[in-house]
Design a protein around this ligand. Sequence first.
Ligand code: FMN
Length: 182
Amino acid sequence: MKKILLISGSLRRQSFNTQMAREAAKLLEGRARVKLLDFSALPYMNQDREQPVPEVVARVRMEVQSADGLWFFTPEYNYSYPGVLKNMLDWMSRPVKPGETATAVAGKKAAICAAAGRSAGAGARAKLSELLQAIKVDLMAEPQLGVVLDREAFTSDALSLTDEQRAELAEQADAFLSYLGE
Ligand SMILES: Cc1cc2nc3c(=O)[nH]c(=O)nc-3n(C[C@H](O)[C@H](O)[C@H](O)COP(=O)(O)O)c2cc1C
């Protein structure tokens, strides 16, 4: 079975994107090995801190490296993806071993989903796609998934997907599994 790492771009406890990632995990049950990446303890990228590699950086790199696929769930912050995601990907874009060129992310297959406001995270998805391509991630272009959170979700903090949204998430899960060669 392929190993899929779910990556939520939100550190918020009740994050809708993390809730989406958990829904995705349920959809993948029995078809892939799935884990939600915890990168909340990463320090800010600082070239003074690259060597020796901080333990938490090494651990996150290892988790990324050992995955067959990365499935991103990103909020939209000011028409882009959150800074924490950029910080994590900046760490991942640097060589695993000094002097070498191989990184933890280059060549990894990835998919993007966004849960956000009225724009369905279109800005976040476009900019995250651009970043992933720049760091040589092999991004599944279609289908991308953008979920518009309704007013009720925002007041209750509980993600409630419509049947259509759930079907779209299932469709993305199927597409990603075949992209990974399952
Ligand atoms: C700094 C900031 C900027 C935001 N900018 C946007 C935006 O440009 N477009 C949008 O749809 N929602 C925007 N939002 C709302 C988030 O999409 C919304 O809070 C969402 O629930 C965050 O994802 P999460 O539930 O996974 O934490 C913004 C929220 C924050 C905190």
